[in-house]
Design a protein around this ligand. Structure first.
Ligand SMILES: NC(=O)c1ccc[n+]([C@@H]2O[C@H](COP(=O)([O-])OP(=O)(O)OC[C@H]3O[C@@H](n4cnc5c(N)ncnc54)[C@H](OP(=O)(O)O)[C@@H]3O)[C@@H](O)[C@H]2O)c1
Length: 397
């Protein structure tokens, strides 16, 4: 098959944008050239000549030779404008912006159909790891039962530091920020929102279910404190931020992001630093485990490169699972075994929400309960801002 020549209009020349420039330089076999780069800050020094840049997006949109838009900016609202404008004008798009994709999934799907133009976003989900393409192509006929994993590099780096170097959560976060692995306002990562956006994308490609971000519960690592770290260390466990979706006993799907204790038998136990790891379970293949770098200039650019290459032979997601129209809904009908840290004065009230209690501990200022709780009760406690607490998942009950 002869491959299409791609003329790229690139938005963003930061960590991933420049990374893409470098990997394209080293991939001469791919007939893809960056024709123009649109950035924002007119005063920033650039790694390459000024003639490559524009500050006006219309210089890209109005160029008839540009047939691919690669959107690698850090502003989800501006990215939405860029991506929708491109799709409406019939230009293929590659994006790495999970927040933008998750928030507008349905509309972006419609635009692709209406204008018969592809939008690829492998880098938006676990950066270098080719999980979306695998879900789309490989598990097409093998019934998927569950997908779970570590999908956020920054929080995994913070948690790894916490356990390897015996740091508190606050100390590990500070170090991650100093090294540039966590934003100065890190709540999108530490609050589990970034992981939720990726889970939403995975849900669509694995089960064909399109959720809205507000439908999915995300509990981050930002409340993790001394008691749960002590509990983990004493038992030889680690805490990982795990996003998961699985078929429920009632035939529907349960999906959430909650920190989880993992033991050394768990495949996710050794997924450390900025690595991501995803475990799929299907009816015939059984368990499979993907691991790869979940952040960084070149690893992320490699997924963008792969999408660009796929466009050169007119690849587009077929959204096969959505097309199969399985009538799933999201369900909270599941019981979870959890660890709940709480203030002393809340112990009696919180215990009432558990259907079984395995352990209950109190010291002079706080305590924890381990036991079985419904996802619905967990959700209600999580959203009650008057309660100072932290949940860590032990298992699905
Ligand atoms: N970094 C990673 O490891 C990683 C991994 C997976 C996915 N991603 C995703 O990749 C995307 C880019 O991330 P990044 O880390 O490369 O960000 P970054 O280093 O902060 O760079 C952002 C770039 O976007 C440009 N920009 C911002 N608003 C713009 C606008 N309205 N028009 C044109 N350009 C604009 C900035 O321009 P100036 O240069 O003029 O400031 C800058 O070049 C994000 O969606 C991120 O979530 C990143």
């Amino acid at each position: 098959m002869s491959r299409k020549k791609l003329n790229i209009g690139l938005f963003g020349f930061g960590c991933v944008g420049f990374g893409l420039y470098e990997v394209l330089q080293k991939t001469p076999g791919l007939k893809a050239d960056i024709k123009k780069i649109c950035v924002k800050n007119q005063n920033k020094p650039r790694e390459i000549g000024a003639e490559n840049f524009t500050f006006d997006k219309n210089d890209i949109f109005n160029d008839p030779e540009i047939n691919v838009i690669v959107e690698l900016i850090d502003d989800a609202d501006a990215a939405y404008e860029i991506v929708t404008t491109a799709l409406k004008s019939g230009k293929a798009v590659v994006s790495a912006n999970k927040k933008m994709i998750a928030e507008h999934f349905e509309e972006l799907l419609e635009l692709q159909r209406k204008h018969n133009v592809p939008l690829l976003y492998e880098a938006a989900c676990c950066a270098s790891m080719p999980i979306i393409r695998n879900l789309e192509e490989y598990y097409d006929n093998d019934l998927l039962e569950s997908i779970q994993g570590i999908v956020n590099g920054s929080t995994n780096y913070i948690l790894t530091k916490t356990f390897k170097e015996n740091l508190s959560y606050e100390e590990a976060l500070k170090e991650a920020q100093e090294k540039g692995f966590a934003e100065s306002n890190p709540i999108l990562d530490t609050g589990g929102f970034d992981a939720k956006y990726k889970l939403l994308i995975l849900l669509a490609h694995s089960f064909g279910y399109i959720a809205r971000p507000e439908d999915l519960l995300n509990i981050g690592i930002n409340n993790i404190g001394g008691l749960e770290l002590k509990y983990a260390r004493e038992k030889g466990l680690k805490i990982k931020l795990v996003a998961q979706a699985f078929k429920n006993t009632d035939g529907n799907i349960t999906a959430f992001v909650i920190p989880k204790f993992v033991d050394s038998n768990d495949r996710l136990f050794n997924v450390d630093d900025v690595f991501n790891g995803v475990i799929t379970k299907t009816s015939f293949a059984d368990e499979q485990f993907f691991v790869g770098k979940g952040a960084g200039a070149h690893p992320t650019a490699s997924a963008v490169l792969s999408d660009i290459s796929a466009l050169s032979y007119d690849y587009q997601y077929e959204y096969k699972k959505i097309a199969q129209q399985e009538d799933y809904s999201l369900s909270d009908a599941v019981n979870l075994k959890v660890f709940l840290r709480h203030q002393i004065e809340d112990a009696v009230t919180l215990k009432k929400h558990f259907s079984a209690i395995d352990e209950s501990y109190l010291n002079h200022e706080s305590g924890y309960i381990t036991g079985t709780i419904s996802l619905e009760n967990l959700r209600n406690i999580h959203f009650d801002e008057s309660i100072d607490k932290s949940f860590v998942l032990l298992d699905i009950a």
